[in-house]
Write a protein that binds this ligand. Structure first.
Ligand code: FPP
Length: 253
């Protein structure tokens, strides 16, 4: 390969591939702001955002990331104007319908995390079909957080633990971190190593509150529609250079 002045070199070439995260979670923020900065409607921002979702899923899979969790729709997003909510629902159904087979052919398992209650039937049907179509795949798990809220998830976990206790299937002394993790929507999966949030906002916004306890956080000013493969590589490169300590002290040397 010959490089000439002005060529930008992808950080992916040089990053330590042994240090790549196993699980990446993403808050895809800024579709609306990206659109309004260009004099476009929010719908166009979401459409461009959907293209980036597809690219980032492919990149994550090609790199060998085993779990990718994306925040598609929160329990709070229902408060948006009803025409935007309907547009997101229609887009979601259409994209799932078109892409689930492709993802499935590539060995990707689609998993949904979130509450089913309150989600329209047509959306649940699209979700169930995508999950069914890809259920035997194992090269990467794509968690789509839809009607997701971390506090709701923790409430659901507590309810399920309490009902086991009522049936005398467990006692209070056996409640530990592992037990709680095993009652979350992400049961059986490792916690995210890296959380990425786009658009300059530096908040967790009720996303994976339990699971992100020791995640490395990466914030970028890029709005989601500008979060290209090379931006993703930058985030991964940044992650590989961090020293993870899980609450322990730094050992000099
Ligand atoms: C972020 O921008 C908005 C979203 C991540 C919601 C978009 C979801 C879809 C288009 C559904 C399709 C999803 C899949 C997985 C097929 P924002 O509206 O919060 O932007 P703003 O903060 O600039 O207003």
């Amino acid at each position: 390969m010959t490089l000439t002045m002005g060529d930008s070199i992808s950080p992916f070439l040089f990053m330590d591939k042994n240090k790549l995260p196993q699980h990446v979670a993403i808050i895809m923020d800024g579709n609306g702001r990206w659109a309004s900065a260009r004099g476009l409607g929010r719908t166009q921002g979401h459409m461009e955002g959907v293209k980036r979702i597809q690219e980032i899923i492919k990149t994550a899979h090609d790199i060998g990331i085993k779990f990718l969790t994306i925040y598609a729709f929160s329990t709070e997003n229902w408060k948006r104007p009803s025409d935007e909510v309907s547009m997101i629902m229609r887009t979601f159904i259409a994209v799932l319908g078109q892409k689930a087979k492709d993802l499935g052919r590539n060995g990707i398992r689609i998993n949904f995390i979130g509450r089913r209650t309150g989600v329209p039937d047509e959306v649940l049907k699209a979700i169930d079909q995508a999950v069914h179509l890809t259920m035997n795949n194992s090269s990467m798990t794509l968690n789509i957080a839809f009607n997701y809220g971390a506090r709701a998830e923790i409430i659901d976990a507590v309810k399920s633990i309490v009902s086991l206790a009522r049936e005398d299937k467990l006692n209070a002394d056996s409640i530990d971190e592992q037990l709680i993790s095993s009652h979350l929507y992400t049961r059986g999966q490792p916690d995210p190593d890296l959380l990425i949030r786009t658009s300059g906002e530096e908040r967790i916004s009720n996303f994976l509150l339990w699971q992100l306890s020791y995640a490395e956080l990466y914030f970028t000013d890029k709005c989601w529609p500008d979060f290209t493969e090379s931006e993703f590589h930058k985030a991964l490169d940044n992650y590989t250079q961090r020293e993870r300590r899980w609450g322990t002290i730094r050992v000099p040397g």
